[in-house]
Design a protein around this ligand. Structure first.
Ligand SMILES: *Cc1c(COP(=O)(O)O)cnc(C)c1O
Length: 431
């Protein structure tokens, strides 16, 4: 039977993924050789990659030279169930071997079932709908078009916040605040203003009937894990409702159990958005994004023929999403993320040289007592830990939600020495 063959070859691939694939398709090489080939073949937008990774299992990954790392970044909040999760891997493999791509002239059971599950987990009212995408930026593009459909000549303003990151495509970039990302690509789609972060007075002053949409991250991820206050989110909900503007929550990073709730805004009672964007963790490592629209009016703003995508919502990506949500729900991952996150934050707060700790669940940011966060990333790699610097003095952790307390403890124990090394090498670099 086809199904049997598929399942067993899927298991085989999961057991020997990188070694075999790398040797068969590429010839095999050391990390240094790959990096030199990388710089001759890949566009330099990401700088020099830190390592060449060849294999992953659970919360661990291995590089081309055989060194093991505890992955505390999870592919930037993507690998919610770690690497090579057996159930997710087998669901993806068997869906691919059954029906892989069909175009949106057709639908498939996994697409319908994932949309239904997302509406259920979002506690979305009747009339709510889902549009599937391939990435976070593409979900934001959909949200931007939704904002335009809520616009009139009198209602044309879109508000986002200082520090916001919403992606790199032109519409998403117009919502993103960082000048270094925006300026090389201007002119960007117009009408977007950025307000001071978490400032209710500034929001109150800016809001009137000329605003089409307000776009917020409940916790700003790229800005160093900065949570909006519950009061701000409630004010944002009340003011957008009063003035007929859409409240669009970008949960690309914070969604899908990352913060210990299915979606971060569910920490704040009474805040139901008009639209929500998802991506990163949704496919457990497989690329998929979504725009969820709440209620009938918002869900029909974009009508037939006004938007689309070729790959979005394909059977394999939506199967990956279903499998990921199933395991997260069935394994108590929300509670686990809450508990291990609290444990990590407590441990981090006690480390010398850590001056502030922020976040919810397993989306964590912490500030150092100097500008040695990039040096700390390097020192952590040398000690076998993958972490991320969002700024000169800020580290972000977004590990798999299956991270154990014991694994978290190994990092807390190693951090003092990592920070000492980082401080020294940062000082030497500037001397
Ligand atoms: C990562 C991210 C995006 C962009 O997602 P891509 O998949 O990289 O396009 C948008 N918004 C937020 C909040 C993000 O963290």
């Amino acid at each position: 039977m086809t199904g049997t063959t598929t399942a067993s070859s899927g298991r085989h691939a999961a057991q020997h993924p990188a070694g075999d694939t790398v040797e068969v398709l590429t010839g095999g090489n050391t990390g240094a050789e790959w990096l030199s080939r990388y710089s001759d073949a890949l566009m330099g937008v990401f700088g020099t990659p830190q390592r060449v990774l060849v294999r992953g299992s659970g919360c661990n990954v291995w590089d081309a030279d055989g060194k093991q790392y505890l992955d505390l970044l999870g592919g930037i909040a993507v690998n919610a169930l770690g690497h090579a999760h057996p159930f997710v891997t087998s669901v993806i493999s068997s869906q691919l071997a059954t029906l892989g791509h069909i175009s949106n002239f057709f639908t498939s059971p996994t697409q319908v079932a994932l949309a239904e599950r997302l509406l259920e987990l979002s506690r979305a009212p009747g009339g709510s709908r889902v549009f599937f995408t391939n990435s976070g930026a593409e979900a934001l593009e959909g949200a931007f078009k939704l904002a335009r459909r809520n616009s009139t000549p009198e209602r044309h303003r879109i508000i986002a916040l200082d520090g916001a990151f919403h992606g790199r495509t032109m519409g998403a970039l117009a919502l993103t605040s960082k000048k270094a990302y925006r300026e090389p690509f201007e002119p960007l789609p117009g009408g977007v203003e950025h307000l001071p972060f978490d400032d209710i007075d500034a929001l109150t002053a800016a809001m009137d009937d000329t605003v089409a949409a307000l776009v917020l991250e409940p916790i700003q991820g790229e800005a160093g894990v900065r949570p909006l206050s519950p009061e701000y989110l409630r004010a944002a909900r009340a003011l957008t409702r009063e003035h007929g503007a859409l409240l669009i929550l970008d949960e690309v990073q914070t969604g899908v159990a990352r913060t210990g709730r299915w979606f971060a805004h569910q920490w704040v009672d009474g805040v139901v958005p008009d639209a929500m964007t998802l991506a990163k963790g949704l496919g457990g490592g497989f690329p998929i994004g979504a725009l969820v629209t709440f209620g009938e009016r918002v869900s029909t703003l974009i009508s037939a023929g006004q938007h689309g995508t070729t790959f979005g919502g394909n059977p394999v990506a939506t199967a990956a999403g279903l499998a990921t949500l199933h395991v997260l729900g069935a394994s108590g991952a929300l509670r686990h993320a809450t508990d291990v996150g609290a444990y990590l934050r407590r441990g981090l707060a006690d480390v010398d040289g850590v001056v502030a700790v922020r976040g919810e669940g397993l989306l964590i940011g912490f500030d150092l007592d100097g500008d040695h966060a990039p040096a700390a990333v390097q020192a952590a790699l040398a000690e076998g830990f993958i972490i991320n610097a969002t700024g000169p003095a800020t580290i972000r952790l977004a590990p798999p939600l299956i991270l154990s307390e014991e694994q978290a403890a190994t990092f807390i124990d190693a951090l003092p020495a990592i920070l000492t090394t980082a401080r020294t090498s940062a000082t030497e670099a500037t001397a």
